[in-house]
Design a protein around this ligand. Sequence first.
Ligand code: AMP
Ligand code: MN
Ligand code: MN
Length: 319
Amino acid sequence: MKLLEECKQAERIGISGHIRPDGDCVGSCMGLYLYLKKVRPDADIRVFLEKPADIFRCIRGVEEINSDFGEQEAFDVFFCLDTAADRLGGAEEYFHAAAKKINIDHHVSNSGCGDVNYVIPEASSTSELIYNLIDGEELDGEIAKALYIGIIHDTGVFQYSNTSPETLQAAARLISFGFDFSRLIEETFYEKTYLQTQILGRALLESIRFMDGKCVVSVLDKKTMEFYGASSQDLEGIVSQLRSIKGVECAVFMYQTGVLEYKVSMRSGGRINVSRIASYFGGGGHVRAAGCTMNGTSHDVINNLSLHIEKQFIEEQDT
Ligand code: AMP
Ligand code: MN
Ligand code: MN
């Protein structure tokens, strides 16, 4: 795909990513936004996202993000990043109304929802894909910083198996612009507020292991979240902590989003394909990291999920 060719004639260009935007979503949207503003100064370019967490304020232009999703004139080109259209939230209608729809993503569960699709499941992050698509001559320190944040968030600071030689080559070029990457990693990835640390502690304390310690689950209900004053942004990282427990192959973390409704996050060490399970329940993701929303009591949700996890362990034994 040739990025600039695809939006050559476009006067109105829109960009959006998934609901509850994570680092890769914010980084890829802002990296593309800053780049297009630079190379297409004549075009009307807008970025739409739910309000990003405060840690992303260090990215140039975040204050220009539109989060109110009011009525919009149709776009000539609309980019859907780091997701398929069904998780665009308020921007989904802009995408469908656009003359040309472009989908750039790295989720294995996404078969491509645009007129032009660039969906590469092997890529570490959508930010790495944006890095590959933009003209390297036009890259600058602010674009580099946005894309770098996206890459470190989706690779767990180059720890996860989605990190490839190409990812590290991209990162090498990005840090050559001289921003304080060490501070970025600390302040956007590792640093947690006291509230986040307390709720993490609570989730770990109340976790329960099952299937001989190969799986672990932790649930936060609405009442507990309200007690701590926690929002979904404060729960990032809990499921990875659970996955780090010795012997755990599959970790499940869920928090209540409504009456009999839970947002489920799953992480696997590689033996269990959690994207398959999340996709079965209407969500999606990657082999080792996936999510979905499920209905029922927390016990119903765990029972339904564990049937699928167990099935995969049995299949593994049979092969
Ligand atoms: P999470 O545990 O919510 O951080 O999600 C883990 C991975 O799965 C991320 O790459 C998400 O973008 C993806 N994911 C989470 N929920 C969904 C969903 N409902 N549909 C598709 N992908 C999802
Ligand atoms: Mn994402
Ligand atoms: Mn991503």
